[in-house]
Each structure stands twice: as C-alpha cells, then as structure tokens.
Design a protein around this ligand. Sequence first.
Ligand code: NAD
Length: 408
Amino acid sequence: MSVFDAAMRQLAASDLSVDPAVFERLKRAQRIVDVEFPVQMDNGITQFFHGYRVQWNNAIGPYKGGMRFHPQVDVDEVKALSFWMTLKCALVNIPFGGGKGGVKIDPKTLSRDELERLTRSFTRAISDVIGPERDVPAPDVNTTPQIMDWMSDEYSKIVGFPTPAVVTGKSIAHGGSEGRSTATGMGAYIVFKAFRSHLGMDPETATITVQGFGNAGQEIARLFYHHGYAVVAVSDSHGALHNENGLDIPALIEIKKKTGRLSAPVSTREISNESLLRIPCGVFVPSALEGVIMPEVAEEIEAKVILEVANGPTTPEADSILQKRGVVVIPDILANAGGVTVSYLEWEQNRINEHWEEHEVMTRMEAIMRDAAQAVLDMAKKHTITFRQAAFHIAVERLAAAIAKQYV
Ligand code: NAD
C-alpha cells in the first residue's frame, strides 16, 4: 500500500460524519505542481531535477508545510504529507492550510554550491505558487535553515523586496524564530507530558527508544534524557545503539554533530536497525521516515506507547493491530505539531517585523500544544475512540466549517 493510500485509509477509518462534498474535497489536493528544473553542476554540465509542491487545502489559511530533499521523494509521498499537514494545522488551530514539497535528490551527493544552485533553481520553478499569503514552505527531512535562507533570498529577488515570511525555519540572522530548531522535539515532549498521567508513565519506570537521530529525534531524546528517563536505544540510517541502563544522549549528539553518524561509546552495544524496533520499552519514538511500523512489527513491538514524531510511521493495518494489543499511539498530527506551531510564530514575527525572545515563543507554543493535546484527550474519552480518530475528528470538524463557507 502506498503512503498516500495509507493516509486515505486513516481518513476513512476515522468514521466521520461530515457533508459528503466536504469529505470529497478533503480526499483531493487543490493543486499539484510538478517541475523539472535545471541545475549547473560543479563540472559545468547542466542536470535536470524533479520536484513537487502539493497544495492540499487552503480553506483555513495559506498552504503550509515542509520541503523534503530525499532520493525516495515522489508525488504519492508528497500528497500524503500535504494531507497530514492540512489536518495538523487545523488540529492545533493555527491559521494555515496544508501543503508539502520535495525534490528527488540525495543532498549528500552535492557540493555546497550545487545544493545552493539546486535550492535557488527549485525556488524559481515554484515561485509563482508560493508567497507569505499563498503557500509558506519550511524545513523537513534533509532541509536546513541555510536552505530556507536561500529560498527566502531567491524569492525576495524575484518579487523585488525582502519577503522573509515566504518560508519559515530560516536562520536567526535571516528572520528565523528563536526555538524553531528544537520546536518539533519540544512539542512532542509537551504532548507526552499532557498524556503522562493518563498513560501512567514516570522516569523511574518508563524507558525510551528513539528511531532516527536527526533534527526531531535528537531533541526528543535529549528532552527525555534531561527529564530523567533512560533512553535505552537510538538509531540513524547507518545503525542503532543499545544500552539497557540508558545511553549518554548529550555525548551521542556531540558524536553525531562531529562525525555525521552515530558510533558506540564504551558499554554501548551496536545493534541492527531491525532489532531496535523490538526492544522492550515504555515509549517508542519513531523520528525517521513513514511506514516503519508495519503489521509484522506491530505484532512484535514491545512498547507500551508510540509517540509518533515522524509523519505517518504507522501503517493502517499496523494501527489496528496495535489497538488490539493495547499499545497506545499518540498520533503524528498532534505529536509533531510543535514544528509548524513555531513556524506559525516565525511567520507572525516576520509579518509585523518583530523578533521575540525564546521564552515568549516557547510560552506561546506550549499553550497551543497543551490545548491541542487536551482537546484530543477529551474527544477520545467522550466518544471512546483512539487518539488518532479523536485528532482527525477535531481537525476535520474545523476544516469542514471552513470549507462549507467556501461553497456558499
Ligand atoms: P532529519 O533529516 O533531520 O533526520 C532524519 C533522521 O532519520 C536521520 O538521523 C537519519 O539518519 C534517520 N534515518 C533515516 N532512515 C532511517 C532508518 N531506516 N532507520 C533509522 N534512522 C533512519 O529529519 P527530521 O527533520 O528530524 O524529520 C524526521 C521525521 O520527523 C520526518 O518524518 C519528518 O517529516 C518529521 N517531522 C519533522 C519536523 C521538523 O521540524 N524537523 C516537523 C514535523 C515532522
């Protein structure tokens, strides 16, 4: 099953009672932009690359969502991610619709100059469909504040005046917000805290496993470690590390920063990425790519809770199995919404030409995330449904109200 089919299965499984016209609208993108754009490589030869921007729905506000640079990017994946962004923004109640983009490339194969030329050429190729009031890209897998700075600069040149609000996730020097780089991990921890008493988890008993040690994975691992939880296993695309007494997460972050990969300090066991999925733990935190929790993994996983920091890590069949086995899933559209929430705060700061202190950004973000988590807990309790179904219900209700107004 493709990622997009999985996303549509989730929508169907949410058992929503909305106007059929609204439901049909939610199943379709409003626009799919598919571009082939040229990049001059360091050897002087021009190569063409393939990129997408999918604009799912803007009933609530401008399309909003990341740009992914990855060899597996395809239109099906970008459609799914853009659909999830639409629900996520509606769920946390920020004035954005949903979109997503990507370029089919492994950026590690490019020099810095090639990466800059690729980013600028892609920005030119999609410049007529993005803009602060139209569609606001952000970082995602393999895209960085530097890449966002290039996008903002290129777009500003095209329109003829500085337009930092065209993208979020920029560096602080170029109009980025305090707290953006840690926002996704921080948001996930705030959500976990809101669910904690319901889950009966505390640092003395709950151990943590984190799959993916990039922007989001490192921060959530650091926060669990900082709050006294034993983070017993982490992984990146090269491999996984395990120590049943808990890993030294700050040391691993340093190693990853210096060498670009995880390597084992003393008293840490190297294990396969496959076996990481089966380590007994209190909370499993997928923070890499979609579709990793498949039925066979769901049958064997020994976690009590899955905190979905990655987008779409659990397939619909696996979701049903987890539900039957009593494994609690805190869904992606809630768990990883801290990133887009601080993106929204960055966009606001850019539009009124202000720069807020980190404390102010975090206070606002925490309030938004706590409200969304509480709403999901209340909705799930009221209707005796899963947290994913509850999150979908809240988001779709808000979207339905906004879409209905467009049809008048
Ligand atoms: P990133 O590129 O910074 O990190 C991804 C990490 O996953 C890397 O450490 C990579 O080595 C690892 N990885 C890739 N394949 C793996 C595998 N098979 N097994 C184990 N590790 C693997 O990306 P990110 O920004 O941290 O995003 C990670 C996930 O979080 C994605 O699903 C993304 O859509 C989601 N997300 C990110 C943000 C954000 O603000 N960064 C916001 C919302 C959601």
